[in-house]
Each structure stands twice: as C-alpha cells, then as structure tokens.
Design a protein. Structure first.
Length: 98
C-alpha cells in the first residue's frame, strides 16, 4: 500500500524539522521560504524556494518527493521571475484613439 505524499510550506514551528533534514543530508540549513515534503506523517525532504536547494533524509526513500519539490520550486521561481519582468514592461492601453 502506498502512502500519501503532501507538499506544504514549512511553518515557523517546523524550523527544527528543516534543520534535522539538513543535518541528516550533511548540508547547510535551508534559508528563506521552505516547502516540506511529507510521506505519511514523516517529513522526508525540503526545498528552499529562494535558491532551489534541497535536503532530504537519506535513510528514507525520498527521490520521488525530492523530484516533486524541485518541480514545485522551479515553477514558483519562474513565476516570480516573470512577475518581476512584467513590472518593467509597459503594456499598451486598449481603446480607440480620438
């Protein structure tokens, strides 16, 4: 039987969870906005939405969760980049010249 995978933003009360994953992955702690990936009730991976860095529990099968987190983070970062680019572009007004 497969378990449910849930991706959700890490709350401020989950900083210890993110640090634990970083420690298990032998990596620096993630900074900024972080998404956590859960399998069942267990956090198995996390991604920084700022730079796309991922940490994961090496003792749990987490490759699929890591792939989902990376895809989500890429989409968020691409959307933010497009919004920033669009702010600098003046769009023509629609209407009839008189």
């Amino acid at each position: 039987m497969s378990q449910t995978v849930v991706l959700r933003p890490a709350g401020t009360d989950e900083q210890a969870t993110v640090r634990r994953l970083s420690y298990l992955d032998s990596s620096r702690p993630l900074r900024g906005e972080v998404m956590l990936g859960y399998v069942g009730q267990q956090a198995v991976a996390a991604v920084s939405l700022r730079d796309g860095r991922v940490v994961a529990d090496p003792f749990v099968h987490s490759a699929d969760v890591v792939e989902m987190l990376r895809a989500y983070a890429e989409g968020v970062r691409a959307g933010r980049a497009n919004r920033h680019r669009a702010r600098g572009v003046r769009r023509p007004r629609l209407g009839f010249a008189q």
